[in-house]
Design a protein around this ligand. Structure first.
Ligand SMILES: [Zn+2]
Ligand SMILES: [Zn+2]
Length: 348
């Protein structure tokens, strides 16, 4: 067992500050990573604010973890000290239920162990995330980090990237398909890049005039201001797949109407309110409203390799640990383009 420095919240909604946490001593199949960068995701904020009602404190958030291996357990064969490695949302699962057998560890019937705020079977208490000097993770849940020119900008792929990559693949975004990206934020801006790299035609749907311009810079073929009925009419019945990244309450019916026959709106955001759907908006055109949640370990590795090959990273603001509370309050206001990443070397 080792004591390492971390940054976290001692109580609900409290400012983040430095304290020490324990990491388990290496088991035979463990990889120990010195963390270089950790992205700040909206769900870190939700967990600190206890928006899902299951937060346990003290809490160390962070699940977009990139670093270098510093030591490995005796039976580890795929990693050695010095290798770049990454840890995302999932650090363990049962490995044998129907979901795990399909590499869908995020839906494990016996409980997916997340990188933070999940019961820790080794040390007791809860798992502590990536806002720390190190992370200890089983080899089979540790990801190989391919080379990116900017490793910090690749950190958000571990949650934002896989959250949009998985549904884009599952619903077969590709040549000849029109893909709508609803909302440009941490998830949406990466979704535009991945959908383009999959060779789909990409249309951004946004309520912000400023983001219409940004959508083109990010590589979208077109952008529609959703508050403008005329612009919306242009795409009525034309979009095959809409990735809905909006976490605030919103009416999905106007987006269902944009779908072509057999099209789907896939929710990846987490609005707190139930969503109402008018029957005709799905009955007509055999349309679907569906959801998707992160992605399995093998798919996360596939996504990292795909993004490295296509040179896809996030647009980030790199922040020092000293500025973490400022970053969180700006994230709360939506004042970030498009992801904060913490430089964990500033924790030393
Ligand atoms: Zn996340
Ligand atoms: Zn399982």
């Amino acid at each position: 067992m080792k004591s390492v420095k971390a940054v976290g919240a001692k109580a609900e909604k409290s400012p983040l500050r430095e304290f020490s946490i324990r990491r388990r001593g290496l088991l035979a199949d463990d990889v120990e990573i010195e963390i270089m960068y950790c992205g700040i995701c909206h769900s870190d904020l939700h967990q600190i604010d206890n928006d899902f009602g299951a937060s346990v404190f003290p809490m160390v958030p962070g699940h977009e973890i990139v670093g270098r291996v510093i030591s490995v357990g005796a039976s580890v064969t795929h990693f050695k000290p010095g290798d770049y490695a990454a840890v995302g949302c999932i650090v363990d699962s049962c490995g044998s239920c129907p979901a795990c057998e399909r590499d869908l560890q995020q839906f494990c019937e016996h409980g997916t162990v997340l990188s933070f705020n999940t019961p820790d079977k080794y040390l007791g208490g809860m798992t502590y995330g990536g806002f720390a000097q190190t992370y200890v993770c089983k080899e089979s849940y540790t990801l190989k980090m391919p080379h990116f020119e900017d490793m910090a900008a690749a950190a958000p792929l571990l949650c934002a990237g896989i959250t949009v990559y998985s549904p884009l693949k599952h619903w077969q975004a590709g040549p000849g398909k029109v893909v709508g990206i609803l909302g440009i934020g941490g998830l949406g801006h990466v979704a535009i890049r991945i959908a383009k790299a999959l060779a789909a035609e990409v249309v951004v749907l946004t309520t912000s005039e400023q983001k219409v311009a940004d959508a083109k810079r990010l590589g979208a073929d077109d952008a529609v201001l959703t508050t403008d009925t005329e612009q919306m009419k242009r795409y009525a019945g034309k979009i095959d797949l809409i990735i809905d990244t909006v976490s605030a309450s919103h009416d999905v019916n106007q987006y269902l109407k944009l779908l072509a026959i057999d099209g789907s709106v896939v929710l990846v955001g987490l609005p707190a309110e139930p969503i109402e759907i008018a029957a005709f908006n799905v009955v007509k055109g055999r349309r679907s409203f569906a959801g998707s949640n992160i992605g399995g370990i093998h798919e996360t590795q596939e996504m990292l390799d795909f993004c490295a090959k296509h040179n896809i990273t996030a647009d980030i603001e790199l922040v020092n640990v000293a500025r973490i509370n400022d970053a969180f309050s700006r994230l709360k206001k939506g004042d970030v383009k498009y992801r904060f990443v913490m430089d964990m070397s500033t924790l030393k």
